[in-house]
Structure formats: C-alpha cells, structure tokens
Design a protein around this ligand. Structure first.
Ligand code: NAD
Length: 560
C-alpha cells in the first residue's frame, strides 16, 4: 500500500526555484510529462498541509481548466503535496482509478510507463507518479507496448466507438484502412482498435514523426508499418508509395500529404479508395483548393472541422502540450523556464493560437496576439489580450510562438526585429513556419546550445533562440497532444470511418454530419446526462411565423 510508507512528499524543485508558483507549475508539468495526460476538464484533489506551493498548485489547476473534486463522482488526480495520507479510502471510493502523485515512488507494483507505476491499493488499480523525480522520464527502445497500454487506459471514447464499428460486422471485416499520422502510442491505439473491430490496418509515418519503439510494438501485433525514424528521404518516399500501393479502402490522413501524393502519383489508389478523412487544419487547406478546382477525386470527411475535434484538440490539447513542451525543453537545457511576468507573442488566434494563449496566460505570461483576420483579432481583445502587429510586438517579446500553420509567418524580417535572445517556437507545424532557410541564406550562423535548442546569430548582430529547428514543438520535442484529447480526436476518426462505410458519399470535401459529431461528444460525456429538446421546444424551433402578430384563423375556427 502506498499509505504504508506515509512519506513526507517533497517538491521536486524545492531547491531549484525559490518561487512557490514556479515550483507548483513545474510540479504540474512534471506530472504531465510523466503521464501525457490532460489537465483541462479533469478533477483534482490536493492532500496535505496548505502551504504556499499547495495554494499555487490549486490556482494553476483551476487556471488550466481543471475542477476541484467535491467528494463524489470520479476523481482523476490526487496530488499529495504534504504527508501521504494514512488511508486512501475517501479518494478511492469516489471513482475507480485516480492517479496519485506522491513524494517517493512506493515499492512494488509494475511499471506502467517510464515514471509511472501501477499499484494495488485497497483492491483498486492505482497509478502512481513520483513528485521527487527531477528529470523527465525517458522512453526506451523497448517500452512501446507499455506506453500503448497506458494510452489505451485513458481512451474510453475511442474504445466505445470502435465497438460500434465492430458491431457493423461484414461492413468492416477485411476493410483495408491506411493510417498516415504521427506514429506514437495514441495513434497505435487507434490502429489496434481498428484492427480489433475487424479492419486490416496499415500504418505509415514520416521519419521525424516515428517512434520506433511504437512501430515495433505494432509490428509485433501483426500490423504492417511503413515507418522508420532513420529512413532517408528516398526511403521515406518509397514507404509512402508502398503504403499507397497497399490496396487501401479508406485513408485516415494527417496533413493530407498522402491524399495529395495519391492524386499525383497513384491514380489507381485514388480510384480504389472509398473515402478518406483528414485530421488537421493545415491538411484541409489544400484539399479545399482541390475541391474548389474540381481536382479532388474521392470523398473526404473533414474530421478537423468536427466540433468535438477542433474545440478540444486544437484548443485545449495543443495549448497544454505546446506550452509545456516549450518550457520543458528550456528547463532541460538549463534555460529559464518560467513564464511569470514574461511577454509572449502569439501569431494566429485560431483555435490553436487561442489555446496556446490561454495556457501562457494561466502560467503567468502577458500575452499579445498578432492576427491577419480582423474578427479573430477583435475576439482576442475580448479575451483580454493585447493585439499588435507581429513586427512591433516581437521587439519586446521573451517568447514568440507561431500558431498559424502558414509558411513564413516568422519571416526573416520578423526574426531581425525580435528582442535579443527571444525564444521562438512553432505550434502550427508546417515547414518553414519560421523562415530558417531564408535566415541561413542571409548569413545567419547557427550555434547549438543544447539538444533541440539553437542560437541564431543574425545578420546585423541580433540573436534569437529557435526551438527544435522550427518543428511542431509538441510533436518533435514532446509526446504530442495529451492522451484524453487524442481519445476524442480518434473517436471522431472512428466515427468518420463508420459513416464513410455506412452512407453514400459523393466526390469532394464533406463536413462530418452533425449527428455523428454529437454522438462522439455524447460518448465522451459518459455517465453525465444532458437535457433533451422537448416537443414544444421542437415545435417552436420549426415554426417561422412572427410571434408578435396574430395568426390567421385556421379553417373551422370562428373569427370575430
Ligand atoms: N501542434 C499540434 O498538435 C496541432 C494540433 C492541431 C492543429 N495544428 C495546426 O496548427 C495550425 C493552426 O490551427 P488552427 O486550427 O488554429 O488554424 P486556423 O486556420 O483556424 O487559425 C490560424 C490563424 O492564423 C491567422 N494567421 C494566418 N497567417 C498569419 C500571420 N502571418 N500572422 C498572424 N496571423 C496569421 C489566421 O488568420 C487564422 O486566424 C494549423 O496548421 C493546424 O494544422 C497543430
């Protein structure tokens, strides 16, 4: 039992940062890095003497969108920040599997993934994270299966949707589904759920987006995987074409690179495909152009635009994972990782920019938004942010984040205007979102400061620090979006698969039908019940007659 140790919980950064708010925020980040779990929308409880760090931890949880656990219903996270309790009963009766953060890692149990152990407490299977770990746990080459199992635990919505798919029986049996996505544990769960539902699943990923341990774990499960983190450019291209030559019936794409490559080089694959689904905003942009030009030759469901995807994945998931990945990387490199009182400039106030802004503000930053869309810029002011032109705002920024998904957002001119030593990172994720090639062509000299962190000495004498070569930071320097977020996004993908199989689709780009979108959200709400529209409300909604005017008498009704 954890309680048996009854250890005094230590704050891991107690000796490293003096400020209780920084300590609390680092503790929360350490927890997120160990578990790859989400903060927003979860319930938390704190146990221990209310010291400064505790109070700040509570403040951080609330600012990031978590709720205090009120003693009933399920508790997601129990942070033991004082002495470990003698008895975990009160927390365990509220919900089946809270995740407990304690000072020292207890003995026994099994390792669930690096930094997390599963222990039986009072008959319950409880996951434990130690707050005394000072370095983020490093995934190994052989723990792919563990990390996939861990992710699966927190993906109930996808599991439910895959059971619905399995119930389709012959409709799904033997359907060849290609997945082209960042290959990490959550994507692996999607691939395995599709296979369990009866589909033949084939996986492809870019070398920069391949976790080899996860790829190996999928191969061990019998799936065909075209991915290798060390593949050369030529090998990557060969993998992509082999993937398209796999007689796919459906293609789940992220970035639409494979849908577009098929149109360019594998017309027979396009001909065979019954449909595709696209996961992200930057992938839909070129597909919209193809649709408008009449060059899209298969039905594509715009999964990204589903409300249960964009309003959660792009907003909360990307916000948490990008901001935490930036700060974790700075901390690992020995650079200042506190946002308290810092000036952060964010280019783009779409859902991703909004989520990034919200998380930076919750961690204490002053946020300025740069936008090219007047309505979104106006919204940013209503959310309480400054709005300014990028070129002006970067002159006093400590951190600049691009959330546009558009190349050349942080152009050479913008780089030259940045405050000395400004940190620059990307949350969008297209090549050259930071104009690194232009900077190098103009004579910038690159200096490696730490893994994934470079100083650019710019022409004219300025310096900026660019994170991970301008890659999509939560993916290249983190574990991507939190598990529960990808649970929702992949549930939308599974719902899209079902609707592509069940309904008739014309060639072109289609929104996910609203009823399907709502079904996913209802599954995610689980036991939480919501209201239904009554008959009289339905009548009101269906009636267009102007209510302040008398209705004409209906036939048979006497009139004055
Ligand atoms: N990192 C991740 O895990 C992740 C997750 C989801 C989406 N994305 C990507 O993030 C990017 C943004 O997604 P979104 O859903 O918010 O997209 P969006 O298109 O809704 O928003 C982008 C915003 O950027 C603005 N913009 C464009 N060019 C600009 C410029 N030069 N300066 C300032 N503002 C500019 C646009 O007006 C728009 O409001 C996309 O590329 C998307 O694919 C990344």
């Amino acid at each position: 039992m954890i309680a048996a140790r009854n250890s005094r919980c230590t704050h891991p950064y107690a000796g490293r940062v003096s400020n209780p708010r920084d300590q609390a925020l680092q503790l929360l980040r350490r927890f997120a890095a160990a578990t790859n779990l989400l903060v927003a929308g979860r319930t938390f409880a704190l146990h221990g003497i209310a010291d400064d760090v505790n109070a700040q931890l509570e403040r951080a949880f609330l600012a990031l969108g978590a709720r205090r656990w009120l003693g009933s219903g399920s508790l997601d996270y129990l942070f033991c920040t004082g002495d470990a309790p003698a008895d975990f009963g009160p927390w365990l009766t509220g919900g089946p599997r809270p995740l407990v953060v304690v000072g020292d890692m207890p003995d026994g149990g099994v390792q669930a993934r690096p930094g997390v152990r599963l222990i039986i407490v009072d008959g319950y299977d409880v996951a434990v994270v130690s707050s005394s770990v000072t370095e983020p746990p490093v995934p190994s080459a052989t723990d792919g299966a563990d990390r996939i199992r861990w992710a699966r635990r927190f993906m109930p919505v996808s599991r439910a949707l895959s059971q619905e798919l399995a119930a389709l029986g012959p409709f799904i049996q033997g359907v060849r589904v290609g997945i082209s996505m960042v290959l990490e544990p959550k994507t692996a769960v999607l691939a395995l759920l599709l296979a369990e539902a009866g589909a033949e699943t084939i996986v492809f990923a870019h070398p920069d987006e391949t976790d080899n341990a996860v790829a190996d774990a999928l191969r061990a499960e019998g799936l065909v995987v075209f991915a290798d983190s060390s593949a050369t450019r030529a090998e990557h291209r060969a993998y992509a074409l082999d993937f398209l030559d796999s007689e796919l019936d459906l293609l789940l794409d992220d970035g639409s690179a494979l849908i577009r490559l098929a149109h360019l080089e594998r017309p027979e694959a396009v001909e065979r495909l019954r449909g595709a689904a696209e996961e992200t905003t930057s992938g839909l942009r070129p597909l919209r152009t193809m649709h408008e030009q009449g060059s899209l030759r298969l039905p594509v469901v715009a999964v990204n635009d589903a409300r249960s995807k964009t309003q959660f994945d792009n907003l909360y998931g990307t916000g948490q994972s990008c901001v935490f990945a930036i700060l974790d990387l700075l901390e690992r490199s020995g650079h200042n990782d506190s946002l308290i009182g810092k000036s952060v400039v964010i280019a783009g106030f779409g859902p991703v920019g909004e989520g990034v802004a919200r998380h930076c503000a919750a961690l204490g930053a002053r946020v300025t938004i740069a936008e090219t869309d007047a309505v979104r810029a106006l919204r940013a002011t209503f959310e309480g942010y400054e709005v300014a032109q990028l070129i002006t705002a970067v002159a006093s920024a400590d951190l600049v984040i691009s959330a546009t998904g558009i190349a050349d957002t942080i152009s050479l001119t913008t780089l030259l205007a940045c405050a000395p030593e400004a940190v620059i990172a990307v949350a969008g994720g297209v090549p050259q979102e930071i104009a690194i090639d232009d900077a190098v062509a103009a004579g910038a000299i690159r200096e490696t400061l730490a893994p994934k962190l470079e100083r650019f000495h710019l022409p004219g004498g300025g310096t900026v620090r660019i994170l991970d070569d301008g890659g999509c930071i939560n993916i290249t320097a983190g574990e991507g979006n939190p598990i529960e977020i990808m649970d929702l996004s992949f549930a939308v993908q599974l719902a899209a698969v079902r609707t592509l199989l069940e309904r008739e689709w014309s060639v072109g780009l289609h929104p996910l039908p609203a009823d399907v979108d709502n079904r996913v959200a209802a599954a995610a709400l689980g036991a939480t019940t919501i209201d239904t529209v009554t008959d009289s409300q339905r009548e009101f909604l269906a009636d267009w007659y102007p209510t302040r005017f008398d209705r004409p008498a209906t036939e048979g009704t006497p009139t004055e």
